[in-house]
Design a protein around this ligand. Structure first.
Ligand code: R5P
Length: 314
């Protein structure tokens, strides 16, 4: 475990501290400055020459600032002769922009992949990537870890009897199936239609939810709109008003918390990929991914496999 160094950007200092504690190493010394005009500067305060460098930074809101900071870290490491630069991006911003929807628009996830490689990143580690195909935007290795086993361990003692796992759209069926297999349940799929960036509607509930409690899973909660519409549709289909939610990335932007104050919601589980912005919310449960990230870093150091930490096809 020598000859490597772990730097952390400013997106989530608590997660960085937890990972360094798990690894029993101090974080690499660095200085991140934001100039009055909004530009960012990063200085590495220790040598990285011929070292394997890990940079931990979620590209969480403010997404662009955190992304540029990560790029600046990687660029500084490359120019300072690091041997290998692994960007650990627990929450990968812009992942939802993975196709053009038949419009004249960018594929921002591909754009982010290009710039990460251009500044010298040689390996990506991320968590519950929005779509696995994003890996194809990179020419370098990508390991997409999963929080599903960690969530299942945390949630299973609290699950009500007779519950189903609900995928809020067709994109999350793989993940829902993983949950259902681990928790010994079945999967119900909602057909979601996105009207705009903030508005969705559920057009169909596929599967029987009558009299069942529901565990709705997702990769992220942004405005909370998807979950709010999902809950309405499930209750209309006569699900029991006992809803639990598990979503890897808790962004909680705009009025997400208000949308998720529905009386049927018993618990909202998220990980700490994004520094929590919500406090004093009894239903919110935060499960740390620090042990998972620390295990991945340890595996890197022994050229070990990360297969058991990643989401498998089912
Ligand atoms: C969509 O495909 C994603 O998996 C999430 O369901 C969605 O991005 C959540 O966003 P919001 O909370 O704003 O509905």
């Amino acid at each position: 475990m020598d000859n490597f160094i772990l730097f952390a950007g400013t997106a989530n200092p608590d997660l960085a501290a937890a990972v360094s504690q798990k690894l029993n190493i101090p974080l690499g010394k660095s200085l991140v400055e934001c100039f009055p005009d909004g530009e960012v500067n990063v200085q590495l305060l220790e040598s990285v020459r011929e070292k394997a460098v890990f940079i931990l930074q979620s590209t969480a809101p403010p997404v662009n600032d955190h992304l540029v900071e990560l790029l600046a870290f990687a660029d500084a490491c490359r120019r300072s002769a690091a041997r290998r630069i692994t960007a650990i991006i627990p929450y990968f911003g812009y992942a939802r922009s993975d196709k053009r929807h038949g419009r004249r628009e960018p594929i921002a996830a591909s754009m982010v992949a290009e710039v990460l490689q251009a500044v010298g990143v040689t390996h990506i580690v991320t968590l519950d990537l929005h779509t696995p195909q994003i890996e194809g935007f990179f020419r370098i290795p990508v390991d997409s870890l999963t929080a599903v086993p960690i969530f299942c361990e945390a949630i299973s003692p609290h699950l009500p009897p007779n519950f189903v796992v609900v995928s809020p759209d067709t994109g999350r069926v793989q993940m829902a199936t993983q949950y259902a297999q681990k928790l010994n349940s079945s999967v119900v799929v909602l057909h979601k239609h996105r009207k705009s960036g903030t508005e969705t509607e559920v057009t169909r509930v596929v599967g029987d939810v009558k009299g069942c409690a529901c565990l709705i899973i997702d990769d992220m909660i942004s405005t909370g709109g998807t979950l709010a519409r999902s809950i309405e549709a499930l209750l209309k289909a006569e699900a029991r008003p006992e809803i639990m939610i598990a979503a890897t990335h808790g962004l909680f932007v705009k009025d997400a918390r208000a949308k998720l104050s529905h009386p049927s919601i018993q618990a909202v589980y998220v990980t700490d990929t994004i520094a929590p912005t919500e406090t004093d919310w009894q239903q919110l449960k935060i499960v740390s991914i620090a042990p998972l990230i620390a295990t991945a870093i340890k595996q890197f150091q022994v050229d070990g496999s990360l297969k058991d930490l990643c989401l498998k096809e089912v």
